[in-house]
Design a protein around this ligand. Sequence first.
Ligand code: ACM
Ligand code: ZN
Length: 509
Amino acid sequence: MSRVKVFLALALACMVMSAQSQPVEAGVNVIPMPAEYSAGSGSVSSHRMANLPQKVRISEKALRRHLEGRELADWQLKSAYWLELGQKRVSIVAADEQGVFYARQTLRMMASLDSSLTCCTILDWPRFRYRGVMLDESRHFQGKEFVLKQLEMMALLKMNRFHFHLVDNPGWRVQIDAYPRLTKLTSWRPQAYFWDWEKNEIGGPFVEEGTPGAYGGYYTKQDIAEILAFAHERHIEVIPEIEMPGHNYETRAAYPELACSLPGGGRDPWELCPGKESTFEFLEKVLLEVFDMFPSQYIHIGGDEARKNNWKLCPDCQARMKAEGLKGAEELQSYMIRRMERFAHAHGKRIIGWDEILQGGLAPDATVMSWHGTEAGLKAVREGHDVIFTPTRYCYLDFHQDSAQFRPVGRLVSLEKVYSFEPIAEGISEAEAHHVLGLQGCLWTEHVQDAWHAEMLLYPRVFALAETGWSQADRKGWTDFQRRVATFSALARKWGYTVFPALPLNSTL
Ligand code: ACM
Ligand code: ZN
């Protein structure tokens, strides 16, 4: 090839690369990408950086000087930081401990990924206040060490909400003193693999705790306290989910009186009876213990996939509907959720529910987790409610990420697909955008028995969710993200995480 042709080919390659890779400075090896980065002169080895003196200043006024008039919301200001990496010292300015924590996570990731760091200045703050991961502990139980390991990774990625799906049809996973059969019986089943236990959407038996070969487990109050302390140090809020009124096969197995007054509890074996006052007594007593365990602002009350067939036949449900002037089963569900919201409010909590809580009328202060798609979230925003987006097409991490993946489930949710998710859905105005709290990846575990399998589904897709949750939209770039994923995945593997080899690059949306 002639020199001119080589030059033209190189120029073309550069143009193509810069068109693909958008706004990235060479050498910023951090996930999520910070809001602003400027390279200084000189460099420092990562080994030396770890031993440099750190000058930390916690002062909103000082941080505002670095922000130079950039307008941040109060919650953003709390997480924001200014960081200067020099050859002789590291300086951090933040308005709150949280900002200092995030500055240190940035340093930690930079130092872990590169042996030589360019001296630099970083000014950084989050785009969304809710940057979450959900783990389903009911279908298969992973336990405390697994959870702590994932919280560590979340913290490094500046994620700040862990949604703990603790109870569901195939197993109850948290100690409740008022109702010991929930853990003495329905935390345990004879079959380890979920699908061996559940046939045709009807669950199998449970067995008493201590039965030889029983599969399961649960968190004691002491375990929960340890997890919460670990999460708190890492600025992660743990939000427990106590499902109602559907997904309650296990509670009904432990306490059959919670079912509708129909032969065998009715046709739907998953539902609680909202007609009986004793159902509310049960839920309130459970929630009181949950509130004592978890200091989170939110309690997730589930609300998804109740079929409601029993309620149309149950005399208690019919009597409740008549007494309350409710027009149908959907309004009966709404009655239940509103009533639980009042109870939560009386104890200083707010509720989150899956998007079915819109049916029959949304409880006044409820936050909606929009999972079917983004439409329900959009409707809730229109009605003035807060929303967390977890649409299956982008955020369901049990779905396969590659067509060749071991046990493909659901539709293809590739790394690129996850990365392409934009939480400010089309149709949400600037004035409404503050109702979009953020996004969450959900790891349902029907098919996921082993820890390595769970991690393979989480990573690297959680890296993508972290960047969408934290980084400003104009700081994202798929091409550069892949470079950072490649280096960070290698490091995470060295640390003992199982990371799916999602690259090479030619996946399609
Ligand atoms: C859900 O996936 N049922 C929330
Ligand atoms: Zn009933």
